[in-house]
Design a protein around this ligand. Structure first.
Ligand code: ADP
Length: 493
């Protein structure tokens, strides 16, 4: 009993009240506005130069490539114009040597070669026709999803700010990555135009808008995967900093006729100074020992990369409790312990290693409705090297998991709710559509339900407003979404 009470006490530290949700929404809207007004705000609010969302009637064949980490994906997408599409794709690992190449040319030549192989394999007719007699008609527009920090200067222009995720090619920094890719494509004489530089959240928004039923386009594309971020449709005249960006950075011309601009919020850095975000000892320790203390504070409480680590720290606190009668995994004689063997934690248990618990562990435990939490027990044994945990141990772990997962979902609701309110869409439309992607929102049981519960608690949304919000999975942001952005870009030329 003592263990259960202590687990509940720790879980309560993760409570995120109705009042806090309300405060969070207010601050989120304030930071959104600030980001629209000036550069260098906490939330970057980056203009994507995409100025319209699709409605499902778009047609044509497009290419999309995605460089986001270890793999490079190439795909072609045929848009059927009736909200459906077909997708052909290939994937190769980027050789390690190229990630740290001396010259940018070496990496981008490799990427162009993969596009050539893809064309030869899947679109040889176009490839051969172009060889015989080059003509503008044979060209395919390509959307380039490039998941590294870039200064976007136009729909197909963006300068690399810095590499992340193990890439390190000094020479490429400050260069336009679309031009780098186009140069290598041209050197191979491929009928391909790099038409758009794509952020994955903008891709998610576009993909959802193409496939989702209904006349009103999608408002938000949001990712809750390894990281978290969102893009939304903003009114161009509210993007006050646009004039300054155009003047200072020499942005390319873009289509202003729709009066809209899709904004990549970069909400992972919402409230980096912790004025409204919850902050437990476990959050603080995670941040202090991370590679970027004080940065991406919202993401560190919400996304898949971090929830397992928060849980690990909370479990350790309970395991290391001074009072042996309370501590986790110390049960030896409880009647509940059906194995009647000693509970032990392996010396090399992932519990002792930073990042030792994957967020999929939380999904498994949250979902467990088995008799005597058998599945949780097995998972503790298999994944965390805890032998013979008691029923009480399993219940305590589940209590912690639930608290951490629910808080993440309620924080997600702060971001989504704030965007819904700041755009005034609940007033303007009958339905507000949100596309989401990422393993956390896809697999964590009840994630959407907790988001909705929090929506109802926000006075400006309430029960009626929540009913008007539709949330749906949007897969393939970097394929379908990138293709749709390439289409938008080619139309604007
Ligand atoms: P990415 O965001 O990298 O494109 P994903 O959307 O698959 O890819 O997210 C991966 C993240 O999701 C990892 O941090 C992983 O720990 C977490 N994750 C993987 N499976 C699950 C799951 N079943 N439930 C919750 N989180 C998961």
């Amino acid at each position: 009993m003592a263990l259960a009470a202590e687990a509940k006490r720790i879980a309560a530290e993760f409570d995120y009240s109705t009042e806090e949700v309300g405060k969070g929404v207010k601050e989120f809207i304030r930071e959104m506005d600030e980001g629209l007004e000036k550069q260098g705000a906490t939330m970057s609010q980056i203009p994507s130069y995409v100025t319209a969302v699709p409605n499902g009637t778009e047609k044509g064949i497009y290419l999309a490539v995605d460089l986001g980490g270890t793999n490079f994906r190439v795909c072609s997408i045929v848009l059927h114009g009736n909200q459906t599409f077909s997708l052909t794709q290939s994937k190769v690992a980027v050789p390690h040597a190229l990630m740290e190449a001396k010259k940018a040319h070496e990496l981008f030549e490799f990427l162009a070669k993969q596009i050539e192989i893809f064309l030869k394999t899947h679109h040889n007719d176009k490839f051969e026709a172009h060889r015989r007699r080059p003509s503008q008609q044979q060209y395919l527009d390509l959307g380039f999803t490039f998941s590294f920090p870039v200064n976007q200067l136009g729909i197909n222009k963006g300068k690399l700010i810095r590499w992340t995720k193990g890439f390190d090619i000094e020479e490429a920094i400050g260069q336009d990555v679309c031009a780098l890719l186009q140069k290598e494509i041209d050197a191979l004489n491929l009928p391909v135009i790099v038409a758009a530089l794509v952020n994955d959240t903008v891709g998610t928004l576009m993909a959802r808008s193409y496939t989702s039923p209904g006349k009103t386009g999608t408002l938000i594309g949001a990712i809750f995967g390894t990281g978290t971020n969102g893009a939304y449709v903003e009114k161009l005249n509210r993007v006050k900093k646009m004039a300054q960006i155009d003047a200072e950075l020499g942005s390319a011309a873009y289509d202003k006729s729709t009066g809209l601009m899709i904004i990549n919020t970069e909400w992972g850095s919402f409230d980096n100074n912790l004025s409204v975000l919850p902050d437990t000892p476990y959050d603080r320790a995670l941040d202090a020992e991370s590679v970027n203390p004080g940065i991406q504070m919202f993401e560190k409480r919400v996304s898949g990369m971090f929830l397992g680590e928060i849980l690990r720290r909370a479990i350790l606190a309970l395991y290391k409790h001074q009072d042996e009668n309370i501590a986790l995994f110390k049960d030896t004689s409880s009647a509940d312990n059906d194995t009647s063997s000693l509970t032990t934690v392996a010396e090399d248990s992932p519990l002792y290693k930073q990042w030792g618990i994957d967020t999929s562990f939380l999904s498994i435990v949250e979902e467990d409705a088995s008799d005597r939490l058998r599945i949780t027990k097995q998972t503790l044994e298999k994944d965390l090297g805890v032998s013979a945990p008691s029923m009480e141990d399993c219940v305590a772990v589940k209590t912690l998991v639930h608290a951490i997962g629910k808080r993440a979902a309620r924080l997600a609701a702060v971001a989504l709710g704030a965007v819904v309110l700041s755009t005034n869409k609940l007033q303007e439309d009958d339905l507000v559509d949100i596309g989401v992607d990422g393993s956390l929102v896809e697999y964590y049981p009840g994630f959407e339900d907790y988001i909705r519960e929090a929506f109802r608690e926000i006075p400006e949304i309430g029960v009626e407003g929540e009913k008007k919000i539709r949330i749906g999975l949007a897969k393939d942001g970097s394929g379908l979404g990138a293709a749709l952005i390439a289409l938008t870009a080619s139309k604007a030329e």
